[in-house]
Design a protein around this ligand. Sequence first.
Ligand code: ATP
Ligand code: MG
Length: 435
Amino acid sequence: MAAKPEKLLAVKGMNDILPPESARWEWLEARMRSVLQRYGYQNVRTPIVEPTALFVRGIGEVTDIVEKEMYAFEDRADKHGQAEHLALRPEMTAGVVRAMTEHNFLRDSGRRLYYFGPMFRRERPQKGRYRQFHQMGVEALGFHGPDVDAEVILLGSRLLRELGLKDGEHFRLELNCLGAPDERRAHREALIRHLEAHVDLLDEDSKRRMHSNPLRVLDTKNPALQDMANAAPKLLDFLGEASLAHFNGVRAMLDAAGVRYTINPRLVRGLDYYNLTVFEWVTDKLGSQGTVCGGGRYDGLIEQLGGAPAPAVGFGMGLERMLLLLEEVGVLPEAPVPDAYAIVPSADGLPQVMVALEALREAGVSVVLHPGQSSMKSQFKKADGSGARYALIFGADELARGEVTVKALRDGTGAQHSETLAAVASWAPRLKSNI
Ligand code: ATP
Ligand code: MG
C-alpha cells in the first residue's frame, strides 16, 4: 500500500490570509482607496518579478535588503544558454520607476500613483515581520516642490486617522532632511571620523558599513550603539540654503495643516535612494516592528535607473503591521455578515428557491443558501452561526402559496411573518442591514 502523501505546508514566513481575517484586509484596502482617490492618485500594478539589477541599482548594494534579504535567482537558460537574473520584488518603488520610464509616462507631466501588493524579503519571521508581506504605497513622480512632500505626508496622516488611529496616542510622525549629495558628502566625512574614533564600540555590521555606507550605521538598532549614534555629527547641520528652504517649506505646510511631527536627525531610512525629506510613522505598540510607514524624496532614482532626470517622493506602508496596530488598539470592524440565511426543508423546492434568492440579490440583499440537505434544527443552527439578521424559511407549504417566512434572528424577539415572493422588491430592502 502506498504511503499517505505528506501534507504540504506554506513557505515559512509566507502567510495565508483566510476568512474571517481576509474581510479585514478588504475593509482596510477599501478605506485606503477612498482616501487615495480624494487626493487624485491613480492605481499602478507592476510585476512581482523584476531583473535583479533593478533592485541592486535602485535600492543600493550596501543595504540590508540587497545584501541579505532579497529572493534572487537565476532563471532557466534560454536556447542560447543565457539565463536571466531575476528577483522577487522586495519593495515597489524601483518597479514603478522602471515602468514609468519604460512607458515614457513622465514625458509631459508628473504622475500621482498608488499601489497595493505583496513584497518579499528573506528576514527572520516574527510578529510584524514576514517573508511575504504587503505594502500599500504612493509615489508622486515629476514634482519638485515641498508642496508635494507635504501632500504625501498629509495623505499618509489622513490614512491613519481615517482608519481610526489617533495621532500621539497610537502613532507619531518623525521627520528629517537628508539634504543634497554634496551636503551628504561633507557630513559623511565628519561622520566617518566620528565612527573611527569609536571603532572599539562598533558591532560587525557597523564596522563593515563604516566606510561603505556610514549613514546607515546611524540606523542601528543595537542598544550599545545608541549613545554613540546620538552624539554623531548631524546631517541637519550640514544643509545648505536650498535644502533648508525645502525642509522649512515642508514644515510650514505641515504646521499650517496641524500635522504634528518630531524631527529625528538620525532618521535615514533603510534604502539608499532618498534625499531631502524623509519620514516615518512609528508606533510603540508593536515592539521592535514599530515602523508602520516610511518614505521620502528620491530625486536621483529615476535618472539612476536610466530615465530622464525627474524628482519624486513617496512612501510604503506595511499592511500586516497596520492590521496588527488596528487590532491592538481595538478599532477593527466586525467581519461583515449576510443579511439573510435561506433554510430549505425539502430539496424539491430548490428550483423555486433559487429564483427567489436571485430576486433578493437583484434587490441588493446578501443571502446565503444552506447547502445540501439536513434537518431544520441543524439548518437553524447554521443560520445562527452565520451571523445573519434573518432566516428565510422556504417550507413546502410556503412555496405552494408563493410565500416565504421571514424570522428575525438577531433582535431577540424571534418574531416571524410571511412575505410574498412575487413582490420581493417591495420588502427586500427591509432585510438589508444598512437600513
Ligand atoms: P524595518 O526597519 O522594520 O525593517 P524597513 O525600513 O525595512 O522596516 P521599508 O523598506 O521602509 O521598511 O518598508 C516600508 C514598510 O513596510 C515598513 O515600514 C513596514 O511597515 C513594512 N515592512 C518592511 N519589511 C517588512 C517585513 N519583513 N514584514 C512586514 N512588514 C514589513
Ligand atoms: Mg527592514
